[in-house]
Write a protein that binds this ligand. Sequence first.
Ligand SMILES: [Zn+2]
Length: 308
Amino acid sequence: MFQTSIVRSTSAEGVGLHTGVYGHIRLVPAPADTGIVFRRIDLDNFPIEAQGHNVARVSYATSLMKQGVLLSTTEHLLAAIYSCGVDNIFIDIDSIEVPILDGSAEPFMQMLEHAGIRRLRRKRRYLKVLQPLEVVEGDPGNPGQVRRIGIYPANEFHVRCYVDFPHPLVGQQEVEMVVNPQTFRHLLARARTFCFERDIEPLRSMGLIRGGSLENAIVLTNDGVMNGPLRFPDEFGRHKALDLIGDLALAGLPLLARVEAHKAGHALHTQLVSRLLADPSLWTIATEDSMHSGLETGLAALAAPAAD
Ligand SMILES: [Zn+2]
């Protein structure tokens, strides 16, 4: 398996969900071993790598910061790039926040489709998890309950995401899947971000969702949805799984691991990535070759004649 980039550049533009700032993004091919790198073209191409050590404030969206330069709401774009197996790409942007577009990852999937994916000559490297790691914290809204996220050894990238919101249209929803371009496109990409009507004023007063509208977020009223129809009956749970994958992209390499998130959110997702990267005893960097040699050893053991 070889590293990939895109074939040609492709652009989009729109308003940022939280800042309300209008911006332009351009996906640009990048050489092997570049990784996923944002470049603030309004700041002399200042690079911000999509990696755990650049995670900044994390509350209602994931923001990256490097040397005081901020970039907000990276998760939907990163979810599309990471799920499509694009290892190396520059994301040129002229504002502080990635455009929210329709609130899902579908417009970014269309950009990647237009850009095309191309194989490079360098072997792909994976971050293979060897030891489990869990992050658990109390749920402020529900005393005695917890939010948690864990990562466990596996031979492919697998996620399970469970949400539970007390709302007649949401409740308990769970998504479980092996992540690849096909599953991401069919199961998650079109799921849009959402918010509760009762949270709109408090969020606005915190300086958030200034670019939010009925065109880029599902708004839940007390007993229904203001701007239906939904794209999936469980669009909310699917969107949370999309957010999870976008945050896991900050591992910086494709993951060989199973991730289970239980009522987690951006803060827990990014804590997991930071703690994982901070402890190299929990993982190894693997290439397909090294994995095959391991697999072959396993197959040889299976093929050994059984004693009878
Ligand atoms: Zn989201």
